[in-house]
Design a protein around this ligand. Structure first.
Ligand code: AMP
Length: 284
């Protein structure tokens, strides 16, 4: 595996492969890799001739009171994990390499960031869209892989590709979970010994909603009430939001017809965890 820190070197490395007709896959990450990231690498390796993983903690997507400075970092271990997963190129730029000057040009979004995490984290998805666009321009992949765990991010990236005419196929990959159902996340490392077991309540609340929908419940208020009740049973949980939205536009739904994305963000202490599931109304 090649470890590359400069944009110029990355372009040079990919040029020959592109000319030879290689199908290039990109997996953007912020590092502190876990099995969730590895599942994306594996899928990319299966479907592409050359896989680029990027590892960059993007300052643009963190608010002033968020965890940019303390976000967990362990580049050496990440390089080993990526190499073991058969990633071909690990792109690990510094902040100065990605933003040699404070950006004058960046992307703005309309509507799609008004709900869910976008409301709690102003500017976050515009930072995400801008860095993903930069990575798309640098790597020019044929396929890009993102986790469904960050469902709003996936929806934003799909619109980025459509609205700016990137010739890139975006693949959403299933959420990888710990044995008790907690979605794997680099931020799980922040959880205390008391908080960690309680965080499993998130998955239980999603499973209850899935069960209620399979039994015919379509009233979103009732679903949200029951989901909130389950989460509330964990003493250390503080709900940021629980919403059911249209899976593509992310606008809130009042009644389920077809499918709806149930998404939540919950604090355990200062650690904010997200999770989601797609609720599908059973066809008669
Ligand atoms: P991050 O490093 O947290 O920015 O995540 C990089 C990519 O990995 C994003 O597309 C995430 O959605 C994806 N990802 C993170 N956690 C998981 C997980 N538990 N299962 C599947 N994909 C994940």
């Amino acid at each position: 595996m090649d470890i590359i820190e400069s944009a110029g070197e990355l372009r040079a490395r990919l040029h020959d492969a592109r000319m030879a007709g290689a199908r290039i896959g990109l997996v953007p990450t912020m590092g502190y890799l876990h099995e969730g990231h590895v599942s994306l690498f594996r899928q990319a390796v299966l479907q592409c001739d050359l896989v680029v993983a990027s590892l960059f903690v993007n300052p643009l997507q963190f608010g002033p009171s968020e965890d940019f400075a303390v976000y967990p970092r362990r580049p050496e271990a990440d390089a080993r994990i990526a190499a073991n997963a058969s990633v071909d190129v690990l792109f690990m730029p510094s902040t100065e390499e990605m933003y040699p000057q404070p950006p004058v040009v960046s992307l703005t979004l309309q509507g799609i960031h008004d709900h869910l995490c976008g409301r709690s984290r102003p500017g976050h998805f515009e930072g995400v869209a801008t860095v993903v666009a930069k990575l798309f321009n640098l790597v020019q992949p044929h396929v890009a892989y993102f986790g469904q765990k960050d469902a709003q991010q996936l929806a934003v990236v799909r619109r980025l590709v459509r609205d700016l005419n990137y010739a890139i196929e975006v693949i959403g990959c299933p959420i990888v979970r710990d044995v008790d159902g907690l979605a794997l996340s680099s931020r799980n490392v922040y959880l205390s010994d008391l908080e960690r077991p309680q965080a499993a309540v998130l998955r239980r609340s999603l499973l209850l909603a899935e069960q209620l929908v399979s039994q015919g419940e379509t009233d979103v208020q009732e679903l949200l009430r029951q989901v909130r009740e389950v989460i509330g049973s964990a003493a250390l949980a503080t709900i940021d939001y629980v919403e059911v939205v249209d899976p593509d536009t992310l606008t809130p739904l009042t009644r389920l017809a077809g499918s709806g994305l149930l998404a939540l963000a919950v604090f355990f202490g200062r650690t904010r965890l997200i999770d989601n599931t797609l609720l599908c109304v059973p066809t008669p």
